[in-house]
Design a protein around this ligand. Structure first.
Ligand SMILES: Cc1ncc(COP(=O)(O)O)c(C=O)c1O
Length: 393
């Protein structure tokens, strides 16, 4: 997460360039809505602003239901419970730890699958090998906004009678093969955390086309209430408040310009990093819809001349706070590291990516010259390494 990467004010550019600097929507609209919220005294509990946001989300994603939540971690927990998951659920290890924690918190064992080396999403062949009699579901993660292969995963789920849902934390506004993320599996969980493409400070939404599932999640999100004084089951408090809803509406007002800004940065990175040996930019070119929110490079140590960690440290030295998402992989973090000790070395692609991936800053707070500055820093490090190697030969 993106925990160290927020700023109180990104209008004046911060002295350092961070990964995850928030995108800010239409501020005038936000202030107007917050004024209205104060006047109406409806601060939370399914107020009109959140209701409007939910209906805009449904329209944008092309789904029947969007249940907003106060963050995606609780959204994943609600989905896990609402889908009646027990035993084991297969999930990639190469993801933010919340994907695994949400399962574990609900008493479900995350079983870690490897990922595809090009797309960085869960490898369906490995998933097939991990299914046991205790498996009840598959949680795919659309990492960097690149959708998992929903057809293969749906086939697997249907062959084995498993529930299929997605962690779509990175993938708001992404889609492929005529389908927006949000429409696949039984439900998909978005994060609207401050560092995400679309943010509501903190927040998220569960998208589904299943009426009964949506109604169940709505009840669980609000203490199990099915009506006034009428509790029908266990619930928690995962509601989004009205001010977060207002932030969401103000993001919608500026979404296209933020998206285009991200896209320009991606293309500038692609040009600026082209031809540097040992640096491979994660390609988003194949997507029909993309939010371009993640600039991900893989550093090949033998070609570049130094390790990913050396590159990261060099960038930090010049005020570019690149991050090694998602190091060291969930399977190497507690409690999973201890719980699954005997399986720790079975994820070769994940291991390689955890050692080679670096995320670079982007977002609407960055200027084009900032992107040039990051690319120039990487290029000059590559040149320096090459001349050292030449001198040694
Ligand atoms: C892949 C992934 N899943 C889940 C989450 C959790 O989202 P939230 O911060 O809204 O709880 C994140 C947050 O960074 C994430 O990157």
């Amino acid at each position: 997460m993106d925990f160290s990467s927020e700023f109180s004010d990104c209008i004046e550019l911060p002295p350092t360039l961070h990964v995850g600097c928030p995108n800010v929507g239409d501020r005038d609209l936000f202030h107007r809505l917050v004024d209205e919220i104060f006047s109406s005294r409806r601060l939370t509990n399914d107020g009109p602003v959140v209701a409007e946001l939910e209906s805009k989300l449904c329209e944008y994603l092309g789904v029947r239901h969007c249940v907003t939540v106060c963050n995606a971690t609780l959204g994943l927990q609600l989905a896990c419970r609402a889908l009646d998951l027990t035993g084991e659920v297969i999930v990639p290890s190469f993801t933010f730890v919340a994907s695994a924690h949400a399962l574990q918190w609900e008493g479900v064992t995350p079983v870690f699958a490897d990922v595809d080396p090009i797309r960085h999403t869960i490898d369906p062949d490995h998933v097939a090998r991990l299914v046991t009699s205790r498996t009840t579901g598959i949680l795919g993660v659309h990492l960097w906004g690149s959708p998992c292969n929903p057809t293969e995963l749906a086939q697997l789920a249907s062959d084995h009678g498993l529930r299929l849902f997605f962690d779509a934390a990175h993938a708001f506004g992404c889609g492929n093969h005529g389908k927006m993320v949000g429409q696949s599996g039984e439900c998909e969980v978005f994060s609207f955390h401050a560092t995400k493409f679309f943010n509501t400070f903190e927040g998220g939404a569960i998208a589904t086309n299943d009426d009964a599932l949506a109604a169940k999640i709505r009840r669980m999100r609000s203490f199990g209430f099915a009506g006034v004084d009428h509790v029908v089951g266990i619930g928690t408090n995962a509601k989004m408040n009205e001010v977060c809803g207002a932030m969401g509406l103000s993001m919608f007002a500026d979404l296209e310009s933020i998206l285009q800004c991200n896209r320009r940065h991606y293309l500038n990175y692609r040009d600026g990093l082209a031809g540097i040996d040992g640096v491979r930019l994660f390609s988003l070119d194949h997507l029909e819809h993309c939010n371009w929110q993640y600039i991900v490079v893989e550093i090949d140590e033998s070609e570049f001349g130094c390790s990913r960690d050396d590159v990261m440290r060099s960038l930090h030295d010049v005020g570019v706070l690149a991050r090694r998402y998602f190091y060291p992989g969930c399977h190497r973090m507690e409690p999973y590291r201890t719980l699954y000790r005997e399986r720790i070395d079975r994820l070769p692609v994940t291991e390689r990516l955890c050692d080679s991936v670096l995320c670079l800053p982007t977002g609407s707070a960055l200027r084009e010259s900032d992107v040039d500055r990051v690319c120039a820093a990487i290029r000059s490090l590559a040149d320096a390494k090459r001349s050292v190697i030449r001198r040694a030969v």
